[in-house]
Design a protein around this ligand. Structure first.
Ligand code: HEM
Length: 498
């Protein structure tokens, strides 16, 4: 045999393993690239669906269970596939929609081309008449009836009450001199009766139902937390499961609400609150009032939707201000000047909040960076395209608010906490912490008022030290929160009006 041919054969025999491996890799890369090209050409979305049903469920659960939080799952896939990607979680295809254009298309077609996905456990938890479960026509009617009690005008009545409660609690926390978790504002060694700082929860219950009694609040909080935890559980009534505990807790909550309604109807009590504004419509025609089931389910929905979101936003605000002293100083300056212009010891009013222009930007920047609700899920009701990408009927499309809020093309140096970036107006759909369209957050005014009053009292009355700088996120939480709960210790500022 010819020597060079012989050498060639010898080379092939000696290296056949490596040759087969590199050929396979080359073929694999070619297939992947072709698939990617085909995906793009045909409007397909890159991403891995994996095997039917399971898909990437385990990876998603692993991220949710880790201290990096469930958004890490999205981050990793985006690095692999690009900004638009699809995945399969628990048997459903999810497309993460990363753009302002995409958000606009979905929000503008809410209820028409897209709707909230129906989860039995969620509907069972919040109730069939909840805003989160009802079809479009009923949703429109309920929102119409709720818009007045949640308007800035109605919410502003609650400012002095909330302010007074907050001043008292901050004062006691400072006097105790102990570290407490901003997330729940509880000190481990205080009894639950003392409920020093469940401000967000207590504030909402006060505004909706005028509940101020510590033991009723404590029981309600435990029960409503159990209901909220059951929203994403497997809907089977087996004692010990999250779903079972949630359903039992829901029964107790409904019993408490019903007892309050009958007390009000028998004229034993008539406080000026949300519930009373609903009951005053008892004699109105059916389309101008909520029926009892609608009142009950929506009371529960409002507390669930409002409490953990506001509490997490307050916690992030404290953390960001601690990390950015120059912002804290500027905010304190503004708040001290507001305090200085009022007679000593007077409570805040709506007009005072109107003068908090820097604080409003601090709130905005906190909501941009913390992304309390990471993405907003919808289900496509028909085949459609968004920005040329094909979406099939039944797929989940998740408006990725987090990606939009961290997009460097929209926000310069997006990782940098800079409230003054809001000196300029934002382009439509580029700032969406409260969503948009027919399902825009109903509690937007209440959330803003709560945060502004809190920031005023905290910065004009105190300085603080964060006692745990660990950035790990709470496991299994769908709202990003620090695992530590952001414990702080307060020091009183020496000023005459505090
Ligand atoms: C910082 C605090 C809050 C944030 C960041 C927030 C965020 C949001 C977002 C993004 C949505 C829309 C979700 C979607 O489109 O899928 C929403 C809906 C909603 N929020 Fe809030 N929220 C907050 C506080 C509150 C408060 C205090 C309440 C009431 C007491 C409330 C009640 C609701 C309700 C009832 C809905 C559903 C509206 C509907 O489907 O028509 N939220 N919230």
């Amino acid at each position: 045999m010819h020597t060079s041919l012989k050498e060639g054969l010898q080379f092939l025999i000696n290296n056949y393993g490596a040759i087969i491996l590199s050929s396979l890799i080359a073929i694999g890369i070619a297939v992947l690239l072709r698939q990617k090209g085909d995906d793009r050409r045909s409007g397909g979305i890159p991403g891995k669906l994996g095997i039917p049903l399971l898909g990437e469920t385990f990876s998603f659960l692993a991220s949710t269970n880790s201290t990096k939080g469930c958004y890490d799952f999205v981050r990793q896939r985006r690095m692999r596939h690009g900004n638009w990607f699809k995945t399969r979680i628990l048997g459903r295809v999810h497309v993460f929609v990363p753009s302002v254009e995409g958000a606009k298309t979905i929000f503008a077609n809410d209820f028409v081309l897209f709707n909230k996905g129906y989860l039995k456990s969620m509907a069972d938890a919040v109730g069939k008449k909840s805003l989160l479960s009802v079809p479009q026509e009923i949703h429109q009617r309920i929102r119409g009836l709720l818009s007045d009690p949640f308007s800035m005008n109605s919410v502003s009545k609650f400012i002095p009450k909330f302010d007074s409660e907050l001043c008292e609690r901050l004062k006691r926390l400072e006097e105790e001199g102990k570290s407490f978790r901003v997330l729940e504002f509880t000190m481990k060694d205080l009894t639950s009766k003392e409920r020093l700082m469940q401000v967000a929860f207590d504030g909402i219950c006060d505004m909706l139902l005028s509940i101020t009694d510590a033991s009723t609040l404590g029981q309600l909080e435990r029960d409503i937390t159990a209901v909220a935890d059951s929203m994403l559980s497997f809907p089977i009534m087996i004692p010990g499961t999250r779903y079972y505990k949630g359903m039992k807790a829901r029964e107790r909550v409904m019993k408490t609400f019903k007892a309050m309604i009958s007390k009000r109807r028998s004229r034993e009590e008539a406080p000026d609150d949300f519930l009373q504004s609903m009951l005053q419509r008892d004699l109105y025609p059916p389309n101008e009032k909520l029926d009892d089931e609608e009142i009950l389910d929506n009371l529960l929905t409002l507390i669930i939707a409002g409490q953990s979101t506001t509490a997490a936003a307050i916690m992030w605000c404290v953390k960001f201000l601690d990390d950015n002293r120059e912002v804290q100083d500027r905010l304190r300056e503004e708040q001290l000047s507001i305090l200085g212009n009022k007679p000593a010891g007077t409570l805040l009013k709506y007009e005072d909040l109107m003068n908090m222009s820097y604080a409003s930007k601090v709130v905005k920047e906190t909501l941009r960076m913390s992304n309390v609700l990471l993405w907003y899920p919808r289900v496509a009701l028909d085949n459609c395209t968004i920005e040329g990408y094909e979406i099939k009927k039944g797929w989940n499309v998740n408006i990725d608010a987090t990606h939009i809020h961290y997009d460097p093309a929209i926000y310069e140096n997006p990782m940098y906490f800079k409230p003054s970036r809001f000196d300029e107006m934002q382009k439509p759909y580029s700032y969406i912490p409260f969503g948009s369209g027919p399902r825009t957050c109903l509690g937007i005014n209440m959330a803003k008022v709560t945060m502004l009053v809190f920031l005023h009292r905290l910065t004009s009355g105190y300085t603080w030290t964060v006692d745990n700088q660990d950035l790990s996120l709470e496991r299994k939480a769908h709202i990003p929160r620090l695992q530590s709960g952001c414990p702080i210790t307060l020091q009183r500022l020496d000023n005459r009006n505090a």
